[in-house]
Design a protein around this ligand. Structure first.
Ligand code: SF4
Ligand code: SF4
Ligand code: SF4
Length: 258
């Protein structure tokens, strides 16, 4: 099979997996995060931690991340898929109309990517002090979960709906807008240690002079320096592997992180 066909197959294969996950487990990320809120709330009340269904889901996703990096974010998360689809549609329309939307300046991105850690901290503190109900009521994920369950009774979730709309607007302008900058679950995944089983490496010495196709096309703006492309931000989408004209990037057992 030639390179072009492989690239197409990879691209559509990933979209297919995302669609299947969107239809079969649209709220998995929110359920896993419910375990984080539940744990903070129980600790706040001085209660005893129990192994609920949410905790089991969180544990499974953390184990997957430990072994394979953030493959859940790149391939399996329904909300991540929505980020992708909205941006893909926006890019397609921008190409068709020849009108480019303004982009977030590159130098702001590392700073913006840190916002998610503050959001995580804020949610943990709220839950610790028994305000998890308030978080759930105002969370865009609540709206997403209701919509994917075909429940349109959103009247009592107007703030959450507003947040959801703002994030959707952000997704039109910037790839993986919510995932990169605001997702508290993404913050947890990015802090988890990972085995180097699927980490990425490139043969920088064989790179085409002046080429930065892999970096330009990375949805989460991984700063490529040297040979190792591993970073807690990497969502293992695999795009850099397929985009490289020289096949210089590989996934496998490598020791160091960025
Ligand atoms: S960062 Fe959050 S919303 Fe995005 S794919 Fe990961 S868990 Fe899902
Ligand atoms: S480094 Fe590669 S696999 Fe990781 S997010 Fe960027 S393009 Fe995807
Ligand atoms: S796309 Fe390939 S050749 Fe170009 S900089 Fe990246 S690894 Fe090197």
């Amino acid at each position: 099979m030639d390179k072009k066909k492989k690239k197409k197959l990879f691209h559509w294969g990933r979209i297919l997996v995302q669609i299947v996950m969107f239809l079969s487990a649209p709220s998995l990320f929110a359920q896993a995060f419910a375990a984080v809120k539940e744990t903070a709330g129980t600790l706040g009340k001085g209660g005893v931690l129990t192994v609920s269904g949410f905790v089991i889901r969180l544990f499974i996703l953390c184990i997957i991340t430990f072994f394979f990096g953030r493959i859940f974010c790149g391939w399996l998360c329904a909300f991540g898929a929505v980020n992708d689809w909205i941006y893909q549609l926006s890019s397609f329309l921008q190409k068709k109309t020849g009108k480019k939307l303004p982009r977030i300046p590159e130098k702001w991105i590392p700073g913006l990517q840190k916002i998610k850690y503050f959001i995580l901290l804020f949610i943990l503190v709220c839950c610790f002090f028994d305000r998890s109900g308030w978080i759930t009521k105002n969370s865009p994920w609540t709206v997403f979960s209701l919509l994917t369950a075909r429940n349109l009774k959103l009247a009592e979730y107007m703030t959450a709906l507003l947040f959801c709309l703002l994030f959707v607007i952000g997704m039109i302008f910037h790839e993986r807008f919510f995932c990169q900058f605001f997702c508290p679950m993404g913050a947890i995944f990015s802090l988890l240690p990972e085995l180097p089983l699927t980490s990425l490496k490139r043969q920088e010495k064989d790179c085409i002079k002046g080429c930065s196709a892999c970096q330009k096309n990375c949805p989460v703006h991984i700063k490529l320096g040297g040979n190792n492309l591993q970073s807690g931000e990497c969502i293992r989408c695999g795009r850099c592997l397929t985009i490289c004209p020289k096949g210089n990037i590989s996934a496998g057992f490598h020791k160091s992180r960025l």
